[in-house]
Design a protein around this ligand. Sequence first.
Ligand SMILES: Nc1nc2c(ncn2[C@@H]2O[C@H](COP(=O)(O)OP(=O)(O)O)[C@@H](O)[C@H]2O)c(=O)[nH]1
Ligand SMILES: [Mg+2]
Length: 179
Amino acid sequence: MQENSSKSTKKIVLMGLDNSGKTSIVLCLKGVKNLSSFSAITPTRGYEINKFRTLGSEFNIWDFGGQERFREEYFENFKTHIKGASKLIYVIDIQDRERYDISLEYLTEIIKLLRKTKFNLDFSLFLHKFDPDMDSVKKEIKEEGIQALIKQIEDLIPPDFLYQIFKTSIYTVFQKLVV
Ligand SMILES: Nc1nc2c(ncn2[C@@H]2O[C@H](COP(=O)(O)OP(=O)(O)O)[C@@H](O)[C@H]2O)c(=O)[nH]1
Ligand SMILES: [Mg+2]
């Protein structure tokens, strides 16, 4: 598939396990406010490219579905997929504790490949589904789990690899929270 390679178009790549919320994030970025759109989304097969324009820039967001059977292909053609991208966002569903390990393995592989390609792109991690509607007890337990997750992330990412971590939810405007 051919991307629009005009200079003002920014390519953003979204990766992460299936169901982590990538397509929903794309809808948020596109400014879709109608919540019923979120229940209508179907799992992304392979990958899909979303084009939209906001704040005077044009964006192509490449949403890689993340289902297991597609991951091998992403790795094989990694260079082609991320070529021209200015940003790669890796999404982790913080509510899916059972798959933290699988998600971190996937992340490890992506970082390995990124270091090989030497492309200069921004790397961000979204700790996603960090919803605002948690009571304080639940929040506390959750915070502990998340701190442990962040520690694991820090341990697996090489010290000279630059990245930023954000806590995000489709139910709040994306909040920047650098850890
Ligand atoms: N609680 C919660 N659910 C979310 C959030 N973002 C997405 N979801 C839900 O997670 C599921 C998977 O989302 P989807 O965008 O299809 O994930 P994808 O497979 O990574 O593209 C859907 O049921 C979404 O409604 C969020 O911030 N909070
Ligand atoms: Mg999707």
